[in-house]
Write a new protein. Structure first.
Length: 603
């Protein structure tokens, strides 16, 4: 047998290497572009938003001031709502960037970016929209099916491009990725843990690679628990067990999961802080965190956060716009009722079923829970994005052997998508009329009308509607996903971010001005009070203790108990009038919402 000359193989090798390098740069550029628009652009352009964000920010700042990195404090009181990881990351950011909005929100933005990047990688490796493509891809290695192998590669890249874009560009993830709270960090850690589990599960033929992916999953499970407690282990555990049971791999999967080594890694990450915080705070921490913030939130309504059983159907429908019309179709196309069929398919083709299990478990878990908040279903959004990515990739890369058919479900979804374009255009024009319902933002409707940001939004969605109809008439309907993507990105840049800045001017900027004046005017031994509703941002921006008192008469009694000392008081005009202070009241800052006055003792 004659061997081909070595020089003939060199160009092919170089071509393959260059192609891989080009694909890598395209992938990195795509993920960075999507995440830059969704998570980083204008990240610090608005101040911290009351009421939750400043609680995390100030507790983190206190760590840098006191040097106590074990027990979180807010305004001199322990804060056991969440474990310390998000506080630690913010505190590290304060030491690098200073105590400001950028450092507060950076952990959330980075967690979202890492999640999108891992989602892209997982879809690029195993995002087959049809099971037969998972076996066809081996043709590239043995030369038996080069055409179908190329189809598989295009299918994978399409899944990764679309799925990662969807993962970044929808309201639910954007809202929490731009907030300095723990929800996005939890979603990121949980999502990466689940993706790395699947990367191990899908590669049983490479034991060393599988082991490394599984152990990586335990690292992120530990970080998830350090972010928000037991839910960071319980939910991924339920998802993995349900998935393995469905595909008939429960026993084999448990044998592969490196449980002993994984437990060592998990406990090494989670146990030390829990030991230290219990040693420092004892039963107070156990009762507050495990009792109130975990068990009671699941079994009882906490802080008035009750909602009907269908609450999360609405949250997902709105929070996953503009992609949610296609979510039922993306789920139905998997035909999950054909369990025996899926059990006979290679593991590498199971990503869609895994994402569906991920989605159902989280949705069902929090639907059963009594306390309901929109952020609770944030961790299922990556799974929904994978389902959408697989569905649209199937539309873009039909196989000649198994052509994709446009069933009724797809056309209903297409029609709903167009309808939503029209609804969003109309809602944008009407939105200033209901923006005045918040007494903390009395001037916002007029600002929005004058700025024209909602008119821009109406144009964006109106044009999207026309383009979507044009694609339908020209039988180019498979490109509607790109209309969703471009329209939402434009809506984000030209309407949502400017509206947030306008809202900040009327809602939060007055409090920042009051904080700056309080810092300049506060005399030695003079206390700062806020009457009425608690605004934690005042503590963060003054970097000083604030005494919050709900009722004006209670504040008057408190101040009269110290008759020789003046005080700075923040409140609305009505609350300060109701105070009926007998002594001198000197205005220092007057705004449409809150005022700052110095109350001097009666002579």
């Amino acid at each position: 047998m004659k061997h081909p000359p070595l020089k003939s193989a060199i160009p092919s090798s170089l071509t393959t290497h260059q192609s891989q390098q080009r694909e890598l740069w395209v992938a990195v550029g795509w993920v960075m572009l999507m995440c830059g628009i969704a998570f980083f652009l204008g990240l610090a352009s608005v101040g911290l938003v009351d009421e939750t964000e400043p609680l995390f920010a100030e507790a983190s700042r206190q760590m840098t001031v006191t040097g106590d990195w074990v027990t979180p404090y807010f305004n001199g009181v322990t804060r056991f709502d969440k474990p310390p990881l998000v506080y630690w990351l913010m505190a590290i950011g304060f030491q690098i960037f200073g105590a400001g909005e950028w450092a507060v929100r950076l952990p959330s933005a980075l967690a979202a970016t890492a999640l999108v990047g891992m989602g892209f990688y997982t879809l690029r490796r195993f995002g087959f929209s049809r099971p037969e493509l998972a076996t066809a891809i081996t043709g590239e290695m043995n030369g038996t099916a080069p055409q179908r192998s190329r189809l598989s590669q295009r299918n994978l890249f399409g899944s990764a491009m679309i799925g990662s874009a969807v993962m970044a560009l929808h309201p639910e993830t954007i809202a929490w990725a731009r907030s300095g709270v723990s929800d996005m960090l939890l979603s990121g850690c949980m999502g990466i843990a689940l993706f790395t589990f699947f990367l191990g599960y899908a590669q049983p033929e490479f034991p060393q690679r599988q082991r490394n992916w599984y152990l990586t999953a335990y690292v992120f499970l530990g970080l998830a628990v350090l972010t928000k407690g037991p839910v960071g282990l319980v939910l991924p555990g339920l998802i993995v067990l349900a998935f393995l049971a469905y595909v008939g791999q429960l026993r084999q999967g448990l044998r592969e999961l490196q449980l002993v080594k994984g437990a060592i890694i998990f406990f090494a990450i989670t146990v030390p802080w829990h030991v230290l915080v219990i040693a420092a705070n004892g039963q107070a921490y156990i009762d507050s965190f495990f009792g109130y913030h975990n068990v009671e939130r699941f079994t009882n309504v906490v802080n008035g956060h009750a909602a009907p059983w269908y609450f999360y159907f609405l949250v997902v429908a709105v929070g996953f716009l503009p992609w949610s019309p296609f979510l039922p179709w993306a789920i139905a196309r998997l035909q999950s009722h054909r369990r025996q069929f899926w059990q006979t398919q290679p593991r590498s083709s199971h990503l869609g079923i895994f994402a569906l299990t991920w989605f159902i478990v989280i949705f069902g878990f929090f639907t059963i829970a009594v306390t309901k908040l929109p952020s609770y279903v944030l961790p299922l959004m990556p799974a929904a994005s994978v389902l959408i990515g697989l569905g649209w990739s199937d539309r873009l890369c039909p196989s000649p052997q198994t052509p994709t058919r446009s069933g009724l479900g797809f056309w209903v979804s297409y029609g709903l998508n167009l309808l939503i374009f029209g609804v969003l255009a109309a809602a944008a024009l009407y939105s200033p009329n209901w923006m005045g319902n918040d007494p903390a933002m009395p001037g916002l409707p007029d600002l929005v009308r004058e700025s024209g940001v909602m008119v821009r939004a109406a144009w964006i969605w109106g044009i999207a509607l026309l383009v979507g109809i044009g694609l339908l008439l020209r039988r180019r309907h498979r490109w509607l996903w790109s209309v969703n993507l471009v329209a939402f990105a434009a809506f984000m840049l030209l309407s949502i971010l400017p509206t947030f800045q306008l809202a900040d001017q009327v809602r939060q900027q007055p409090l920042r001005e009051i904080a700056a004046t309080a810092i300049a005017e506060q005399q030695p031994e003079e206390s700062l009070y806020m009457v009425g509703f608690m605004k934690p941002s005042l503590v963060f921006y003054t970097q000083a203790p604030v005494t919050y008192i709900e009722r004006p008469d209670e504040l008057r009694d408190t101040l009269q108990a110290e008759p020789t000392q003046s005080a700075l008081v923040v409140g609305t005009a009505n609350e300060l009038t109701a105070l009926n202070w007998p002594g001198a009241s000197t205005p220092l800052v007057t705004t449409e919402t809150y005022n700052l006055v110095r109350l001097s003792p009666a002579e």
